[in-house]
Design a protein around this ligand. Structure first.
Ligand code: ATP
Ligand code: MG
Length: 455
């Protein structure tokens, strides 16, 4: 068997042989025609001429014999090199772990290697008598006829996964490769089949598919459980916050009634205590309102649209200016910022972030607030709100997004600590993330992303 084009090589061989024969013919003819004249020129004596004729004849025969010797030797060497290569290849094929067999055009097995013996259980001798259908599973009895038809139809290589039946009736998954077998003249004489056992690979890939499906099912189940738990928690915190209002209103109302109706019977310390109670009620009322707001943020259905973020930021900024017209704050909003998000929720994000920047720059003589957008490494937009206000210690940066987590005192900067928790929930609902950077006294930057798939 050779790994080159047989037809092309044969043509070249014929050409080389033709040229050699032609060359030999030409040289021999010229020699025969010219040599006699040469002899006649060299010697005039008839005896000498006869002797020279003999030498010439013998020389010609010797040269021809040497020429023949070299050619035949080369041919024999080439043939034995080819034969030993073929023998090596035959050994490799014979011992291959793949099942290799050759069928003639009638579908009869004419060659059967050790791999086929091991895989299917019939010896080479037995295979010669074997009805090829015995190798085929019930559902694929016509496979070999179809394969032979394709090869006869001109296909040089046919390859596909299939099944084989072994001597003991087991089914083996194999990957089949079929190639044409031709004689020296190029005439199709049969088909060579290489069958690689893929049972283990198939079992492994089936297992991977099964495990994946199982994993997906588990993830779906866990997600459902988590969603249910979340929904329960939300409705629980909503009703707790809601139900807390009634007793709180009672405490507040009766404290005020005491202060108004029974002020005469109370000492100044008693009155002071009651005032503290009503202030605490007010604060608790604010906390409940904020909790309810946070709960609503998570429960409200979302409708995603393209939002003009620059406009939203400008509006929030102008609302803030209206509340404290005396303050000098430079607010720089980048132009043409847009985002895919729920418009109401995104406005709440900006209200909280720009609101914080406004609040935490209140002690700066020159306050600067910047709203803009950068791109991350994947080219996705990262929105930011930056200020040059009070800043914070980065050590606590992770805490800021939990409800009621505050890094500044109520007396310095009022607030309940629910704003950034709301922002985190909204951003989370949009599939994005939010993070903060700051330095005490040097300002803070809050960045957030929104998932591009949102909507
Ligand atoms: N721009 C900022 N500069 C400095 N610190 C900030 C900034 N934004 C948030 N923080 C810190 O994070 C804490 C939490 O912020 P968050 O907005 O949740 O609460 P708050 O503004 O204090 O109250 P609320 O928003 O409920 O009125 C703040 O109390 C503050 O310590
Ligand atoms: Mg806030």
């Amino acid at each position: 068997m050779a790994f080159y084009s047989v037809n092309g090589t044969k043509r070249n061989d014929r050409l080389t042989a033709g040229w050699l024969a032609f060359g030999y013919l030409a040289v021999a003819c010229v020699w025969i025609l010219m040599s006699d004249r040469l002899v006649a020129m060299v010697a005039r004596d008839a005896d000498v001429q006869l002797a020279l004729q003999h030498v010439k004849g013998v020389g010609f025969v010797v040269v021809t014999a040497v020429f023949l010797y070299v050619l035949v030797l080369r041919e024999l060497r080439a043939r034995s090199a080819g034969e030993s290569a073929s023998r090596m290849l035959a050994t490799v094929l014979r011992n291959s772990s793949d099942a290799i067999s050759v069928l003639d055009l009638g579908g009869r097995i004419v060659a059967w290697n050790h791999g086929a013996e091991r895989m299917y259980g019939w010896t080479e001798k037995e295979a010669e008598e074997l009805e090829v259908r015995r190798l085929l599973p019930e559902e694929g009895q016509s496979e070999i006829e179809e394969l032979l038809a394709r090869i006869r139809g001109g296909e040089a290589l046919v390859t596909y996964p299939t099944r084989r039946r072994t001597r003991d009736g087991r089914l083996v998954d194999v990957w089949l490769t079929a190639t044409r077998v031709s004689d020296e003249t190029g005439q199709l004489t049969g088909v060579a089949l290489t069958e690689h056992d893929v049972t283990a690979e198939l079992a492994a890939s089936r297992e991977v598919v099964r495990l994946n499906a199982e994993l997906e099912e588990r993830v779906r189940l866990r997600t459902r459980q988590l969603e249910t738990a979340n929904a329960e928690l939300e409705s629980f915190s909503y009703s707790v916050s809601h139900d807390l209002r009634a007793p709180l209103r009672a405490i507040d109302g009766f404290s005020r009634a005491l202060l108004e109706d029974c002020a005469g019977q109370l000492s100044s310390t008693g009155q002071n205590y009651l005032e503290r109670v009503t202030r605490a009620c007010g604060r608790m009322g604010q906390l409940i309102d904020d909790l309810l707001e946070l709960s609503r943020t998570t429960r409200a259905p979302m409708s995603v649209a393209t939002v003009d973020l620059s406009r939203v930021a400008e509006q929030v900024a102008s609302d803030l200016r209206a509340t404290e017209p005396g303050r000098e704050v430079e607010i720089r909003v980048a132009k043409d910022l847009s985002a895919r998000a729920d418009p109401v929720l995104l406005r709440a994000v900006m209200q909280n972030l720009v609101g914080n920047a406004w609040k935490f720059t209140s002690q700066k003589s020159v306050a600067v607030i910047e709203v803009g957008m950068e791109c991350d490494q994947e080219g996705q937009p990262v929105y930011f709100v930056r200020d040059n206000g009070a800043g914070f210690d980065m050590q606590f940066a992770g805490k800021l997004f939990g409800p009621f987590q505050r890094l500044h005192s109520e007396s310095e900067f009022p607030g309940t600590g629910i704003g950034l928790a709301t922002v985190a929930r909204i951003v989370g609902r949009h599939g994005g993330r939010v993070w903060a950077e700051g330095r005490p006294g040097e300002g803070a930057t809050i960045r957030f992303t929104l998932s591009p798939e949102a909507g």
